[in-house]
Design a protein around this ligand. Structure first.
Ligand SMILES: Nc1ncnc2c1ncn2[C@@H]1O[C@H](COP(=O)(O)OP(=O)(O)OP(=O)(O)O)[C@@H](O)[C@H]1O
Length: 219
């Protein structure tokens, strides 16, 4: 589903921050991506989301060599990927409900077909009472839950999450992990970048560990 072959990434003229990455992400798999601060976790997620191009090597996603794709091709692949950014990236002029509905609207679905689904998910992540609030008045943890709900609402083929439990208490972190596991059981491949050892210890999943620009795999 995702294949990296000898991928390298450098920013500008600097040293390579990612070196010789060769690995696969299988359909319906679950993996944690971890490593010290600055090891390149966010950079790797950006390569997976196709918002950064590698400096060298091959990246194939959903069977397509990404180096050959034009803008429309990249957008089409991206629509099959859900992402939770570390800084959330909610749209400030839209309510929580509208932010979470956005992927379904972009897919052209009629609101009557998804309203109940969005409300149910918002209630499940504990945002039922914040549905009509705008992001600027949400707390960090509320924004994070809204960003997670938006990333999972369209049941993407691949879900990428950058520190998705960084702003929530441990019991909510556990619930969110269950949400990711449920999504995984229904067919989504999951990559969660995290420093949170307690979170990783709750679930025996594959670990991708970045260190010194290189990736070590623990299956
Ligand atoms: N836009 C950029 N321009 C130049 N260097 C960058 C850029 N983004 C990241 N870097 C550098 O690339 C390296 C990897 O950064 P990255 O944010 O991917 O690490 P990380 O593992 O996600 O860190 P953290 O856990 O602290 O979020 C760091 O040395 C960082 O300074």
């Amino acid at each position: 589903m995702v294949r990296f072959e000898n991928v390298g990434l450098r920013y500008g003229m600097g040293q390579e921050v990612l070196r010789d990455l060769t690995f696969r992400i299988e359909p319906q798999s679950f993996q944690f991506l971890t490593g010290p601060s600055g090891a390149g976790k966010t950079s790797l997620l950006k390569l997976l989301f196709l918002s950064l191009r590698p400096t060298r090597g091959l990246i194939s996603i959903f069977g397509r060599d990404t180096s050959t794709l034009d803008g429309d091709g990249l957008s089409a692949l991206r629509r099959r990927i859900g992402i939770v950014f570390q800084d959330f990236r909610l749209l400030d002029h839209m309510t929580t409900y509208e932010n979470v509905s956005l992927p379904l609207r972009i897919m052209g679905r009629d609101e009557n077909t998804y309203r109940a689904e969005v409300v149910e998910l918002l209630q499940w992540v504990g945002l039922g009472h914040r549905m009509w609030a705008l992001p600027p008045v949400l707390s960090g943890g509320e924004k994070q839950r809204a960003a997670i709900a938006r990333a999972v609402i369209a049941r993407p083929h691949l879900l990428l999450a950058d520190e998705p439990t960084g702003n929530v208490d441990p019991s909510l972190g556990k619930r969110l992990l269950h949400l990711f596991q449920e999504l995984n059981r229904s067919g989504t491949s999951i990559v969660i970048a995290t420093h949170d050892i307690a979170l990783m210890d709750q679930f025996d999943a594959r670990r991708l560990v970045l260190h010194g620009g290189r990736l070590h795999l623990y299956d």
